[in-house]
Design a protein around this ligand. Structure first.
Ligand code: ADP
Length: 259
């Protein structure tokens, strides 16, 4: 049985008297320990799918199942222990007046989990930050360090699933690569399942076993890594996405010549 099942999901927002159909009849499954990507231009409905899984957007039609069981509304504590989300902008998602320590401790307090000092220190170490970061505030951290703290927080409850919404697109290119490598390492070490959203095919290609391409709220193409590597995309939209991404640019560039 797949770990995540998105089954004919539609999400419609009602805004100022009109309907915005953000997600239209989307279905896909993610297996346990798999890394699945959703790629597509801005506004194609990718984040809304992650938000619908977490209960931050409505399920207008269809169903979302985790481990074969439809999600409960509102999502309960058991859900939070299985599924956590990492947002694009760690500055917005971290409380500005809370120390790193308080941020990492909070989920443990809510879920009445003990050994908090040890867990907080280990969580920081696991994302490559030493204990000196514990009593800093978000404004005392770089963007990359803030995103590491956000990742550490998402892992405090030892979830099975991470929902990653453009987790590195607010970061500079070199820092972005570090953060992606950190996520890949954590996934391998902990056997995590990733559902990751990005507008950048290079990021999805680097991180994901399979992907779905979205346009105007619908899935227009599904690909696995082998198909990506062999240029197997058939939809013109996917090809355009390829052409626009750093991935295509990198491959198209001539090898540097010795001077
Ligand atoms: P993506 O993640 O692919 O950039 P989104 O899922 O954020 O796309 O958005 C899909 C569409 O839904 C967009 O047209 C967006 O404006 C709209 N949308 C998203 N959230 C809301 C909301 N809370 N209310 C109204 N419209 C929304």
């Amino acid at each position: 049985m797949p770990l995540i099942e998105i089954d004919r999901l539609s999400v419609t927002f009602h805004q100022q008297g009109r309907d915005v159909r953000a997600v239209r009849d989307v279905s896909f499954d993610v297996e346990a320990r798999e890394s699945f990507g959703l790629v597509g231009e801005s506004g194609s409905g990718k984040s809304t799918i992650l938000r619908a899984i977490c209960g931050l957007a409505p399920i207008s039609e269809g169903a979302i199942r985790i481990g074969g069981v439809p999600v409960k509304s509102p999502r309960d504590r058991a859900f939070a222990r299985r599924v956590q989300m990492v947002f694009q902008d760690p500055y917005a998602s971290l409380h500005p007046r809370r120390t790193v320590d308080a941020t990492l401790r909070e989920p443990l307090e809510i879920h009445r989990i003990g050994e908090r000092d040890r867990r907080v220190t280990e969580a920081l170490r696991d994302v490559g930050l030493d204990a000196s970061f514990r009593f800093r505030f978000p404004h005392q951290l770089s963007g990359g360090q803030r995103q590491r703290v956000a990742i550490a927080r998402a892992l405090m409850l030892e979830p099975e699933i991470l929902l990653l919404d453009e987790p590195t697109s607010a970061l500079d290119a070199s820092v972005q690569a570090e953060a992606l490598n950190l996520l890949a390492r954590l996934r391998a070490e902990r056997g995590l399942t990733f559902l990751m959203v990005s507008h950048d095919l290079a990021v999805i290609d680097h991180m994901c076993d399979r992907l779905a391409v979205m346009k105007d709220g619908a899935v227009v193409e599904r690909l696995d890594r082998a198909a990506l590597a062999s240029g197997g995309a058939v939809e013109p939209y996917t090809r355009a996405l390829f052409a626009a991404s750093a991935y295509a640019a990198r491959d198209a560039l001539p090898e540097p010549q010795p001077a």
